[in-house]
Design a protein around this ligand. Structure first.
Ligand code: ZN
Length: 458
């Protein structure tokens, strides 16, 4: 029998009870955070929610007129998917209520006694053992079950459950290899807590070499899902309830999208203390503060009390060894930092935190050739690249409007006007603490300051 999300296993219940006192400030923080968000959403989507309750489905026509490569998701403009996520929020609330979690940093220290068997996907993984399970969504397109591996290492000692998810976008390959390496490098007899790795969440997209599900929906806009919703919402719901709900923390692995590559980086909402603990544990990795887009796994899991960060590394449709190694090193450092594995060696060279970032876009169409590379430091006015019209040989320059660092960029290619070409982490001392969720929601809806909340590729 699959463990229901509302019934945390005994190990989790005990951990949470032990840490409840220490957690109190964070609990209050989370509660006011939720109340604020809930107020925003309930006001905005009241009519939608009523409609959904009756229909059980939001009509989302993804369109069938474009190839993946032409689509630009920079603005995350698909507000319709947020309707789905908003409608599904009430399903998350009971999960939040059941999770008076302890501060993540203290999870191993707070865990006493012996490790317990881990209950997941109908299986029982004994302490000090590893097992390969499989998850398949209950609702599928062809009526044929399609399963994907779930790798579980349950440590010999008690501690938190850290989850790693990859290939929610089926063409993002680097994370698949990261999960494989991390899980197979762990020695269950020496681990405190558990590590669960899902190398290929969107197995149907992976098989087709596509970012999307077969109906061209972006799975990472439908979490936490809806059992009565679209196919994407049902798959998201099944994954969220059967796998994600058992996690105490989550690292979601991604790459750039559409012929763009990202410098290895963590995307995190730095207003959440447990999320900050995660970012600090990942060692030498650029950190970009970003409010997660509604419907992303990072958004839904964090709201359900499971602190989550996104690890971006490289580009889609290829395996990049240096990026894979960078990510593996970061995740293994996190496992060490959380105390789940006892090692004395930490990967500590700190990288900068960027509180703001912005995409520099092409104003003309043509052949884009870059003059900078990933990780380059740029000044205001630095030449980033040129765009040349192949017909009339006219060339225009793209120059940086900011001082900062190239944290993402397009590969050399033919671009259209408006194409997001260079992602710059902007040097600023501005911390995100003053930004409240209402402002973030407003600016998202109006499109104002959209680069600040940029969700490209995630
Ligand atoms: Zn992605």
């Amino acid at each position: 029998m699959v463990k229901h999300a509302n019934e945390p296993c005994p190990r989790q219940q005990r951990l949470y009870r032990q840490g409840q006192e220490a957690r109190e400030p964070m609990t209050r923080y989370t509660r006011s955070f939720r109340i604020c968000l809930a107020a925003c959403f309930s006001a905005a989507w009241l009519l939608v929610a009523v409609d959904l309750a009756i229909a059980g489905e939001v009509s989302i026509d993804p369109g069938d007129n474009g190839a993946d490569i032409l689509e630009d998701t920079t603005d995350d403009a698909d507000s319709r998917s947020s309707e789905v996520a908003a409608a599904a929020e009430k399903m998350v609330d009971p999960l939040v209520a059941e999770r008076p979690a302890i501060p993540l940093a203290d999870a191993v220290n707070s865990a006493e006694g012996l490790a317990k068997p881990l209950q997941i996907l109908g299986a029982e993984i004994l302490p000090g053992t590893a097992q390969r399970l499989s998850w398949s969504a209950t609702e599928l397109f062809e009526g044929v079950p399609v399963s994907t591996p779930v790798l579980v290492v349950n440590g010999a000692f008690p501690g938190p459950t850290l989850c790693l998810t990859a290939a929610i976008h089926g063409d993002e390959l680097n994370g698949i290899e990261m999960v494989r390496r991390v899980l197979h490098n762990l020695v269950p007899e020496k681990v405190s807590g558990a590590v669960i790795g899902i190398p290929i969440v969107n197995v149907q997209g992976f098989r087709r070499g596509s970012r999307y599900l077969p109906d061209r929906r972006d799975l990472n806009r439908y979490f936490p899902g809806n059992p009565k919703g679209s196919a994407a919402a049902r798959i998201a719901h099944s994954f969220f309830m059967n796998v994600v709900a058992g996690c105490d923390a989550l690292v979601d692995l991604h790459t750039g999208s559409f012929e763009r590559a990202n410098l290895p980086q963590i995307r995190a909402d730095l207003r959440d203390p447990d999320v900050v603990t995660l970012t600090q544990g990942l060692g030498s990795m650029v950190i970009l503060h970003s409010t997660p887009a509604v419907g992303t796994l990072r958004y839904a899991a964090t709201r359900a009390g499971i602190p989550t960060v996104t690890l971006e590394a490289g580009g889609p449709s290829q395996l990049e060894l240096s990026e894979v190694k960078h990510g593996v090193k970061g995740i293994e450092t996190l496992v060490n930092t959380l105390g789940m594995v006892k090692k004395r060696r930490f990967w500590g060279e700190p990288e900068p935190v960027y509180y703001r970032s912005s995409w520099v876009r092409a104003d003309n169409g043509g052949i884009l050739l870059a003059d900078v590379s990933l990780g380059s430091t740029v000044r205001k006015g630095t030449l980033l690249g040129t765009i040349t019209d192949p017909m009339n040989n006219a060339s225009t320059e793209l120059r940086s409007p900011y001082a900062g660092r190239i944290i993402g960029m397009a590969r050399n290619q033919v671009v259209m006007p408006g194409f997001a070409a260079f992602h710059i982490g902007i040097q600023t001392d501005e911390a995100p603490i003053e930004t409240n969720d209402e402002e973030a929601t407003l600016s998202k809806k109006t499109g104002k300051d959209d680069d600040y909340i940029d969700s490209m590729s995630e």
